[in-house]
Design a protein around this ligand. Structure first.
Ligand SMILES: [Zn+2]
Length: 293
């Protein structure tokens, strides 16, 4: 396609919107996505839309359709995505299993991951929550000794964890928040890259996709700072180049509760139904964090 060659010059900015269709978009999402769209536009870059719908328990097709409609209503446009295609598709994570499986095999062969069979209760929190930033609990490392002995032909049946280098400081300069130092084995532990229910975990899928889709800058919420450290380790283990990161401030309400954790009264859909115009929402999310204050 000629479209791809236009954007393939060295250093050409490629950003992404990566919503998970687990509910309706709210103002917190809108702020992040509007920031991502603005940064891509200001740099003459390409913006892609990726549907992060890997979790069959939480993702629903009607929310995927709603998020596309709400983003369009907001005035955000993208040039590659599930609705319009593009050179590095598919842009729907549930259709990209072969890419994740190939990465899992490379990590397995390199002894970087191991199958963890600790109880469901132990790993329950670790098993999900893409995009909402629920941090994984520190894993004890109990099953670590299996890292070099894994001869499993496929990942099914265990939580596969990445063996983090204990004590290593992961450093990166966030384009919004400045220098970050996050310590492996202290700030986060061996994290899940493939779930027991045979679903690729958020960390692995995002790294594989950001590399395959040639993303140069990731714009997302500051709740994912620790995930960035995890993902930098994955990029390194897979010999892939990591993008740059711009982590947005989190939107909170009067009580200091993150909007992402609240009911959907502030969904874009509801604001729209109550008469808000796209420019009002854009104005709201363009201001420094002060929502409800
Ligand atoms: Zn275990």
């Amino acid at each position: 396609m000629t479209g791809s060659s236009m954007d393939s010059s060295p250093g050409a900015y490629r950003g992404r919107l990566a919503p998970s269709p687990t509910g309706l978009l709210h103002l917190g999402h809108a702020r992040t996505f509007w920031t991502a769209a603005q940064r891509a536009m200001e740099r003459g870059g390409t913006l892609i839309l990726r549907n992060e719908d890997l979790d069959p328990q939480r993702c629903r097709a009607e929310f995927a359709a709603a998020m596309i409609e709400d983003l369009r209503w907001l005035g955000i446009s993208w040039s590659e995505g599930p609705d319009c295609g593009g050179p590095v598709g598919p842009y729907v994570q549930s259709e990209r299993r072969e890419f994740y499986l190939a990465a899992w095999k490379r990590l397995r062969d390199a002894g970087k991951i191991y199958p963890c069979t600790c109880s469901r209760k132990d790993v329950a929190t670790a098993a999900g929550a893409p995009n909402e930033g629920d941090d994984e609990p520190m894993y004890s490392g109990k099953c670590r000794s299996r890292a070099s002995a894994s001869t499993f032909p496929d990942p099914v049946g265990a939580n596969w964890r990445f063996l983090v280098p204990d004590g290593e400081m992961i450093c990166f300069t966030d384009l919004h928040l400045g220098p970050q130092q996050i310590i492996a084995g202290k700030d986060f532990g061996d994290f899940v890259v493939w779930r027991r229910d045979d679903v690729p975990a958020y960390q692995l899928a995002v790294v594989v996709d950001d590399a395959a889709m040639k993303i140069t800058e990731v714009v997302r919420g500051a709740d994912l700072l620790k995930s960035t450290a995890r993902q930098i380790l994955l990029f390194r283990a897979l010999a892939l180049a990591a993008p740059e990161y711009f982590h947005c401030d989190l939107v909170r309400d009067d009580a200091g509760i993150r909007l992402a954790k609240r009911h959907d009264s502030l969904s874009i859909r509801k604001l729209r139904q109550s008469g808000w115009k796209p420019e009002q929402v854009r104005d709201d999310v363009s201001r420094p964090i002060s929502f409800g204050g």
